[in-house]
Design a protein around this ligand. Sequence first.
Ligand code: ZN
Ligand code: ZN
Length: 374
Amino acid sequence: MRFLQLLATVGVVCLALAPPPSASVSAFFLPNISSIPPSLLPNVSSPAWNAFRNFSGCHAGERRDGLANLKKYFRYFGYIPETPSNFTDDFDDALASAIKTYQHNFNLEPTGQLDDATLTQLVRPRCGNPDIVNGSTAMNSGKAESLSATHFHAVGHYTFFPGTPRWPDGKSDLTYAFLPANQLPDDAKAVFSRAFQRWAAVTPLTFTATDSYTAADIKIGFFSGDHGDGEPFDGVLGTLAHAFSPPSGRFHLDGDENWVATGDVTTSSLSSAVDLESVAVHEIGHLLGLGHSSVEESIMYPTITSRTKKVDLATDDVQGIQVLYGGNPNSNGSSSTPSTSQERETSDGGEPRAPGPRWAGRAIVAVGLGMLLL
Ligand SMILES: [Zn+2]
Ligand SMILES: [Zn+2]
């Protein structure tokens, strides 16, 4: 509860400060904002992609204002090839094809239409890393895990970056550090430590915090908007974070999100509250070499609704990471952890981006572009 008072005071002060452009953000985390008066909370009205909901029922051959923005969304996440021409507001074949592939990746009926189920998925907050790199998608390819007719035939959907980059064999003890300018509180740092341990438990890898940001293998930083890597963050919700493939180690989080570092995110009064550990576990998967998976229970599924906690590795995640690194030699034979059923308290509410960093009940994360820069 002591943090609530911090929010009421520090939070307001932060909102009055203009964030430095293209720069890291300072931040504060509040674990529980459920009892904070709404008047002290940031506005919650316009999540990044909410306008897409207006396209419900829009179909091929139609022209609708703003469809060009939807095409940009699909291009950003790899569903429309890079093209020099400007996008039009026409519902053309390229858009229909992108929608179909997206529906396939997210286990939706591949109608090629902007039906409500598809739009609901499209506007969910998500990782900024693309689902498709270099035009080929493996997200829902259904790799067979066992060819034995007498055994359970599991289907994996984990993916890797093009070329299957991984940390080299001689580099299994990795260090990580936080951007000093962020001045993260210990509670927030502890969240990352827990997230790393989830991956360490099922691999031979270890993760150790270090104070040397420049020397660390993995560099964690919260940024606002354009932060110099060509993948600007977009304010509240939308893209939350992005991470680069091995051995880059760059892990960026959107400093404008309402990050929850401690406390029960599912009961937050702020509809745009995002669980920091959930996003951290996902992004670390990228840092180690995993791409997105179409298995909704998996950590590497691209979207996460706000006010949702999802931190346990699913079988799909464990199988994928162990293809890259093998299992944990210190574990007693168990090669997987059970996936947990997810609480999916959907809330697509968001807020226009606030001028300053807020970590109250907001911790942050943006993941994103690593893959695009390969
Ligand atoms: Zn991702
Ligand atoms: Zn970045």
